[in-house]
Design a protein around this ligand. Sequence first.
Ligand SMILES: [Zn+2]
Length: 111
Amino acid sequence: MKTRLPPPLPPPLRMKGKKTPLRRCVGCREMKGKTSLIRVVWADGDFSVDKPGKAQARGAYICPNSECLKKAQKSKGFERSFKRNNPKTVIYAQLIMEVTNPCPNGLSSER
Ligand SMILES: [Zn+2]
């Protein structure tokens, strides 16, 4: 006796076979999905947060939490990652503000 197997279910659409590329956090040095990290680039002589993640520049990544930021700051994670140094950089302060009080408009700190 023949029994027909039901057709296989289609895979869930949300993943669409696309894998999120992994990037290393400069703080905890763990590999994480690119989309769950904050991207930082070197531009115009300083580090800056690349919010859309589209800047055509070398990027470094960090987890959006203050623990990783502290670690990165202590070990000069971004400086080492870019082989650049800016003693006056505000990137760490900027990122800490970013993770501790996220502002939907991103404008409150600018004047
Ligand atoms: Zn981390």
